[in-house]
Design a protein around this ligand. Structure first.
Ligand code: C2E
Ligand code: CA
Ligand code: CA
Ligand code: CA
Length: 278
């Protein structure tokens, strides 16, 4: 039976619910959420810096819980990643994102759909085959699907990563290295990875205070990416100053609260921005 008083405590006091959400409880709740389809997918735009066109959308998972409200990914993705539960979650998200991308394409919008792939999912021998079957089921254009793999995942077992990335690339999908710059990729490894995009970690973007930046690292990452012919995306862009700096330094795409927080697909702006939001 439901105890109304106890539930109230959970909702109204973050401190209490924080303590209650032990990994085991989160995992159990998450299993139910997946079954009940309480996981929603929000999309955040990627803007081409020079044209202000919306060229992509990153899918970010949200868990809507009847008692705890909206639980952000950093509270449940790590728990899911520590068990096999991340596998059906990633599969669910991938399928839903491909369905959405195919729908937008039917409406005449070519949006590159980016999906985060957990280390565990990426390491599954059957992962490329799973991607292939989802593309087939959803009739999604493979060139509009981009898989975001963190630098850490790629570096975990380089030879194996190169093999898996090659298989994925052969399906015609795109690959991005996420959270780039905080890990340990050396240039020689980076050159071995058959990827299309580098996503500069938010911590670097946050360091940009003005259009004339003090920190040379971000400029160095952009020129490195350009020399390897990679598409460069900066994440976590929140200010016009950051946008100006990145555009002037030839960063291709911009993602961040400046242009929009992650939103449900029905609220997603598909048309170009006229100017930077003030
Ligand atoms: P991420 O892939 O690095 O995603 C970027 C995170 O930064 C997102 O947090 C996004 O909402 C947030 N963000 C975007 N723009 C800004 C900004 O301008 N300022 C700030 N401060 N933050 C910004 P979110 O949605 O909480 O996701 C956190 C992480 O959870 C993601 O990091 C990703 O690693 C993971 N994640 C989210 N959805 C999924 C999923 O469907 N599958 C898997 N495997 N992981 C996911
Ligand atoms: Ca990401
Ligand atoms: Ca990231
Ligand atoms: Ca991150």
């Amino acid at each position: 039976a439901k105890d109304g008083g106890r539930n109230q405590v959970c909702i109204s006091s973050p401190a209490v619910s924080e303590e209650m959400l032990t990994p085991l409880i989160v995992e159990t709740m998450l299993r139910n959420a997946l079954r009940n389809k309480d996981l929603e997918i929000y999309y955040q735009p990627k803007i081409q810096a020079k044209s202000m066109q919306v060229v992509g959308a990153e899918a970010l998972c949200r868990w809507r819980h009847s008692e705890f409200g909206e639980i952000p990914p950093h509270r449940f993705i790590p728990v899911a990643e520590s068990s096999d539960l991340i596998l059906p979650i990633d599969e669910y998200v991938l399928r839903a994102v491909c369905e959405q991308g195919a729908r937008w394409l039917q409406d005449g919008y070519r949006v590159r759909m980016s999906v985060n792939v957990s280390s565990r999912q990426f390491g599954q021998p059957g992962f490329p085959e799973l991607v292939r079957s989802i593309l087939r089921d959803t009739k999604m254009d493979p060139s509009l699907l981009e898989l975001e793999i963190t630098e850490r995942t790629a570096m975990h077992d380089v030879d194996r990563a190169v093999h898996t990335l090659t298989e994925l690339r052969n399906l015609g999908v795109r690959i991005a290295i996420d959270d780039f710059g905080i890990g340990y990729s050396s240039l020689s490894y980076l050159m071995r990875f058959p990827v299309h995009t580098l996503k500069i970690d938010r911590s670097f973007t946050a360091g940009i205070q003005s259009a004339v930046n003090q920190n040379p690292v971000i400029g160095a990452i952009i020129s490195l990416a350009k020399s390897l012919n990679l598409n460069v995306v900066a994440e976590g862009v929140e200010t016009v100053q950051q946008f100006d700096f990145l555009r002037d330094n030839k960063c291709d795409e911009i993602q961040g609260y400046l242009f929009g927080e992650p939103v449900p697909p029905t609220s997603f702006q598909l048309t170009a921005f006229e100017s930077t939001p003030q």
